[in-house]
Ligand binder design. Structure first.
Ligand SMILES: Cc1cc2nc3c(=O)[nH]c(=O)nc-3n(C[C@H](O)[C@H](O)[C@H](O)COP(=O)(O)OP(=O)(O)OC[C@H]3O[C@@H](n4cnc5c(N)ncnc54)[C@H](O)[C@@H]3O)c2cc1C
Length: 370
């Protein structure tokens, strides 16, 4: 079987590995443009139970191979903050991996199995040719997928813009910090949220998010990077848990999500964010990308192509229904966060805030002070 995959991110590489392991005689080519995804810019992922399980299915020593020199700090507790209220909550154990590390690992594994990776940006005009020349074309080119765009109507593909804006930072505070943070603080302009994950002992990946309304009122669009960073540091810093943000390499991004009603059309199948994207604090992006690749490979190894794609569509849609619904609920709640913070007592807010992110945190309170 000849397979072309557009996009060598987590979804494309994982799918290639899972298919090649089951169908060793298949010829798989991945076309990767580099830096065509907002996910490219130094971002990290949290690996928790489901993602680790899916990685172990393609490589039982995945974590040892990925972190061959040193494992990053194990996350087991999270710091939750709503204004002046702090709590420590249990966190499903996991690790942060940088995008670079994860891609290097998956790419090495794919190349080792005989998958070809070609550095080429696919243009919309190339898509029909790839479809024609291969038994299967897999769309793994992320949230702005060209393949998805080319067959938009057949997939009933929709893009849902949201009212949220985010950007990446690094916290370079010189103190050891091994807990992920889920923080939300009221400012004069609206609620500023901060999610952080430890990458090294004294370095965390930080995502700062707010509504567009808050972003505009704070005038972030007209401020220099230094001014924005100074404002955020002042807003978020507390002596008990010092924050020292440095701006990451990406500008502020307006957050939107993809959905589809169908995961294939003819011999074209969608995996990862080209099909569905999730709010990052829900934490389901990587696991669903891997899960789709895994289900697709299982179906292809058991059935003729047409039947395999029908089964893939049914199986993956079923598995995705719950994460899609929960991520959507989370986004709706976040879009109204400024209002929620005005109307809800802080103690209740902590639970409201975390309820939406239950995937990663637990309702178990380990300690708290108000
Ligand atoms: C701020 C943020 C934080 C996140 N944190 C987490 C987290 O902690 N845990 C989690 O599970 N998920 C997280 N996610 C979601 C996660 O990033 C995605 O679910 C995951 O990267 C999707 O993988 P993908 O391969 O589908 O798409 P991508 O990662 O976007 O990869 C697509 C690939 O296709 C390539 N490409 C694009 N266009 C073309 C073209 N025309 N030709 C050739 N190649 C092309 C790109 O260069 C890229 O390599 C986060 C997302 C964001 C935005």
């Amino acid at each position: 079987m000849r397979v072309a995959i557009v996009g060598g991110g987590p979804a494309g590489l994982y799918s290639a590995i899972a298919i090649k392991q089951r169908l060793p005689s298949s010829h798989i080519k991945i076309y990767e443009a580099r830096n065509e995804s907002a996910n490219e810019f130094g971002l990290g992922y949290t690996l928790q139970t489901l993602t680790i399980d899916l990685l172990n299915r393609i490589d039982p020593s995945a974590l040892d191979n990925m972190f061959s020199t040193k494992r990053p700090p194990l996350m087991q507790q999270s710091s939750v903050r709503v204004n002046d209220r702090f709590e420590t909550r249990a966190f499903e154990p996991g690790y942060t991996v940088s995008r670079y590390q994860l891609i290097q690992y998956l790419r090495t594994k794919a190349l080792g199995l005989g998958v070809k990776v070609i550095h080429k940006k696919i243009e919309i005009k190339d898509v029909s040719r790839l479809k024609r020349m291969n038994n299967l074309l897999i769309s793994a080119d992320g949230v702005k997928s060209l393949v998805r765009m080319r067959y938009k109507d057949a997939f009933s593909a929709k893009f849902h813009p949201t009212k949220m804006m985010f950007s990446w930072f690094l916290n370079e505070s010189p103190f050891d910090q091994h807990q992920p943070r889920f923080w939300a603080v009221s400012s004069d302009y609206g609620v500023i949220q901060m999610f952080s994950y430890p990458l090294l002992d004294c370095r965390q990946i930080v995502i700062v998010e707010m509504t567009k309304d808050c972003y505009q009122k704070a005038g972030f669009g007209d401020k220099t990077t230094e001014e924005v960073t100074a404002f955020l540091n002042k807003c978020l810093n507390v002596s008990a848990d010092p924050i020292s943000l440095a701006q990451g390499p990406l500008p502020w991004v307006s957050f939107g999500i993809n959905t589809v009603e169908k995961l294939y059309r003819g011999n074209v199948a969608l995996v990862g964010e080209s099909a569905f994207s999730f709010h990052y604090s829900y934490g389901g992006g990587l696991s669903t990308a891997f899960m789709m690749g895994y289900i697709l490979a299982e179906c292809l190894s058991a059935l003729p192509l047409n039947e395999a794609l029908i089964k893939y569509n049914a199986g993956a849609s079923l598995s995705l229904a719950d994460p899609v619904r929960k991520s959507r609920e989370l986004i709706l709640w976040l879009e109204g966060i400024d209002e929620h913070f005005k109307c809800t007592p802080t103690k209740e807010l902590v639970d409201h805030y975390l309820l939406r992110q239950n995937y990663r945190t637990s309702s178990k309170v380990l300690s708290g002070d108000s």
